[in-house]
Design a protein around this ligand. Sequence first.
Ligand code: SF4
Length: 390
Amino acid sequence: MRPTGRLHLGHYHGVLKNWLTLQHEYECFFFVADWHALTTHYEDPASIEENVWEMVIDWLAAGVNPGSATLFIQSKVPEHAELNLLLSMITPLSWLERVPSYKDQQEKLRERDLSTHGFLGYPLLQSADILLYRAGLVPVGADQEAHIEITREIARRFNHLYGREPGFEDNAEAAIRKMGKKTGTLYRNLRRAYLEKGDDEALETARALLKEQSNITLGDQERLFGYLEGTGKVILPEPQALLAPQARMPGLDGQKMSKSYGNTITLREEPDDITSKIRKMPTDPARQRRNDPGEPEKCPVWQLHKVYSDEERQNWVQEGCRNAGIGCLDCKKPVIDACQAELEPIRMEAMELERNQDVVKNIIAEGCEQARDEAQDTLRDVRDAIGIDY
Ligand code: SF4
């Protein structure tokens, strides 16, 4: 996540709640992408440092657990830069130019000069961020899928260029024989279906089959993963996108919640401010007076009920709004209560962490060290594969 400073409900429902689940299901790495902030904000870096720590406090306060996940800062693991550089040697410019967000962002951020090497190369830096940890899955929204795709292409190109070892095919065949006749034949058929007919499902099935082979060494498994795709040894495995459940948190005006629209409720919002912000929210303009019926679909408050209210309460809103049985303030009350109940523990925890910044810094220092260990392992293999490990 880019260091954006204090987080708001949009971040919480859109990203953090998903992280809270993932951290118990997978080995997770969550990092502050401070170099990425520079790709667009290189002219005004003054706020980056403060934004980094404010954001980490919000992660922790929301329940991201350093005991379950590795939390770190990108620039404290310089291996990101080294892998970025090495991958830049093999990445065609055209791949970067065709990433959809390249032109979009240039259009959107017209006031900034984004005709820089760093901005063009940011999808590559993202790829390095992912490949450095040999990540299997990357939680992203649908708009980020193109970035995972380019990461996969870069990994494939790297493996193709540098993954071949002498006698690779013979070694792979020897490994297949260790699987036994039946499984070996199944693997060969799946591999053929993928290579000759491009059957992606066959590729996935073959990968799953390999993972089940407890009698095959990890080295042989890696070799066979590479053999599957017609390349050599897999040094940088291709990641998959893990599409995050779509949770659209509307802002106070019904648009997407975003700092730049000034329509946010931050995770550390005081209870009174939550009340006054929601009370001031616009409603369906047709409800000028208490007796005027309204239409929830035309009202941003209804969007909040969709996030916070159960079916029974949603029915109460729909009916009460359409037949003017309830007033808009009655309707807002349960949303105010739910929002306060959700944020109160986060706000308290954040206050505690603000008072104990050393704890936060130590958690991140430890995370950076753990991340660096992993990153150095990958870099060693990468340098070795290229032949510059001297
Ligand atoms: Fe919106 Fe609720 Fe008022 Fe209907 S009753 S206009 S849903 S605030």
